[in-house]
Design a protein around this ligand. Structure first.
Ligand code: SF4
Length: 356
């Protein structure tokens, strides 16, 4: 069964004007107060109310919050990460053929608001946490690099590039990566700010992974994100500037008339971009863990969360026939431009949440 909006509870999307602007309030952990990155971020928010706190969890981990409402007026929480951890990518996560696959979570939560985003099931709060002690993450990563090369996703639980005007941490990551030939970074984004791209260096070891969706999906479910046309212009500029570019068609959604909608999108993408210059592409259908979906249904009842998914090994996904039809459309189009070894497919059965 493809999408049936009438079966789902209406999504309650409050209109923005009744809310204070994003980042009107900044909570700052005592330990982060004197950090240079804290001061730099606060200098970009001169009118924000700054509220000290002892630990970011006092704000972020409070029970009975309303993350969907909080996203309408996000606060910023500046904190110091106690462990500055580099996490192992789970064996079933998409590693793009890299043996030593890691991810970091230096920022938690996102400025965009996609209805299918797993962060709504993962975090109890809609505000954004930034761990300002990035230098500790770099030190941890240098210890890893002393042993072997590493492939690190730095924009998993957020959209780091979309926050760059405020945080400037992508530039720090790129400065770090420029002198670490054994390191490859993946920077995943739905951002389309071309001037920002021009202000960053293009590096062979930093992959710009751009998530693309049909325009109708963007308008209906990826709130506050750039249009498909803007994302394609951004991709085109990135290629011209010499960035390694990955295209991510993930998650594909079983929207009404999905096969036709996605066919049209793949044709639009191929018309807009020099496909031979794209490094690789990934494709996946929507999937989500049972626990996250339970929380998402409570926090955001909508067509995405109330689809009658099939549960397999505690992962909810589309019925096999639906997933297969969506992936077939993608395969038919993308095999015209990519050899098999540069296409990475995910069906609905793997244990991995859909974020981007
Ligand atoms: S899916 Fe990605 S872009 Fe959308 S809200 Fe989640 S992290 Fe942000």
């Amino acid at each position: 069964m493809f999408w049936n909006n009438s079966a789902a509870p209406a999504s309650e999307e409050p209109s923005r004007p009744e809310y204070a602007p994003a980042f009107s309030v900044v909570y700052v952990e005592e330990a982060a107060m004197e950090h240079p990155r804290t001061k730099a971020i606060l200098s970009r928010l001169p009118r924000a109310e700054v509220i000290p706190c002892r630990n970011y969890r006092e704000i972020f981990a409070r029970p009975r919050q309303a993350p969907t409402r909080q996203k309408q007026s996000q606060a910023l929480i500046l904190a110091v990460s106690a462990d500055a951890a580099i996490y192992d990518g789970a064996p079933v996560c998409q590693d793009f053929g890299n043996r030593h696959f890691y991810y970091t979570s230096c920022v938690m939560n996102c400025i965009f608001d996609c209805e299918y985003c797993y962060l709504q099931g993962m975090y109890p709060c809609g505000h954004i946490v930034v761990f300002v002690n990035l230098e500790d993450t770099f030190a941890a990563l240098d210890a890893v690099l002393a042993e072997h090369e590493a492939y690190v996703c730095i924009s998993y639980d957020t959209d780091l590039l979309a926050l760059e005007p405020l945080l400037a941490t992508t530039a720090d990551w790129m400065h770090f990566a420029a002198s670490r030939p054994g390191l490859t970074l993946e920077l995943r984004t739905k951002c389309a700010a071309v001037p920002m791209l021009r202000a960053l260096p293009a590096l062979d070891n930093v992959i710009l992974a751009l998530t693309l969706s049909p325009e109708s999906v963007i308008r209906a479910y990826e709130h506050h994100t750039p249009s498909l046309a803007a994302r394609l212009a951004f991709a085109s500029e990135a290629l011209a500037l010499g960035w390694p570019v990955r295209l991510c068609f993930d998650p594909m959604l079983a929207v009404p008339d999905a096969e036709s909608v996605y066919r049209t999108m793949f044709e639009t993408v191929a018309d807009a971009l020099p496909m031979s210059q794209i490094r690789d592409a990934s494709v996946g259908v929507f999937r989500i863990s049972g626990e996250y979906l339970r929380l998402m249904r409570r926090r955001r009842p909508c067509a995405v969360t109330y689809y009658p998914y099939v549960l397999t090994d505690n992962v909810y996904g589309y019925p096999e026939e639906i997933a297969s039809r969506l992936l077939t459309v993608a395969r038919e189009h993308l095999l015209q431009y990519f050899p098999e070894d540069r296409l990475f497919f995910w069906s609905g059965s793997e244990e991995s949440e859909t974020a981007r």
